[in-house]
Design a protein around this ligand. Sequence first.
Ligand SMILES: C[S@@+](CC[C@H](N)C(=O)[O-])C[C@H]1O[C@@H](n2cnc3c(N)ncnc32)[C@H](O)[C@@H]1O
Length: 159
Amino acid sequence: MQITIITVGKLKEKYLKQGIAEYTKRLGAYCSIQEIEVPDEKAPEQLSDAEMQQVKKKEGERILAKIGPDVHVYALAIEGKQRTSEQFATELDRLATYGKSKIAFVIGGSLGLAPEVMQRANDTISFSKMTFPHQLMKMILCEQIYRAYRINRNEPYHK
Ligand SMILES: C[S@@+](CC[C@H](N)C(=O)[O-])C[C@H]1O[C@@H](n2cnc3c(N)ncnc32)[C@H](O)[C@@H]1O
């Protein structure tokens, strides 16, 4: 399975870089994993609604340019669909069984994801109703993908 994680903006914090590097290294044993960072749209603190939509639209275009037509896309969104780790593991397993070998997970920037990206997404994932910084979200996502593979292989992992 070929997994791509698309984020907006550069990953800055060292502790998150280390955490993500650890999980992507572990994931290398189970799948091919690619990380794509698209540039964030520079914007002042105070933005009108129209300006915010414009920023999201530009970031969205950069995200969509990285996604091929045959990719199954998950958009990470607070208001998205919540599932257990076991349900997520089963879902990834089913996608592989039904020949969906290319999967992309998309994490938005500070303003979230553009409607165009949400429309392209085949599904959504919410990790809770709380808001996480996108870089931390990436590390949590990597851990959950890793957990899914461990669950699917019946391999021991902390409960
Ligand atoms: C700082 S958040 C953006 C917050 C923005 N106000 C919104 O409502 O989307 C950056 C990105 O991290 C991801 N994210 C943050 N918290 C999440 C959660 N609880 N579940 C799923 N994704 C989340 C989403 O992709 C979001 O676009």
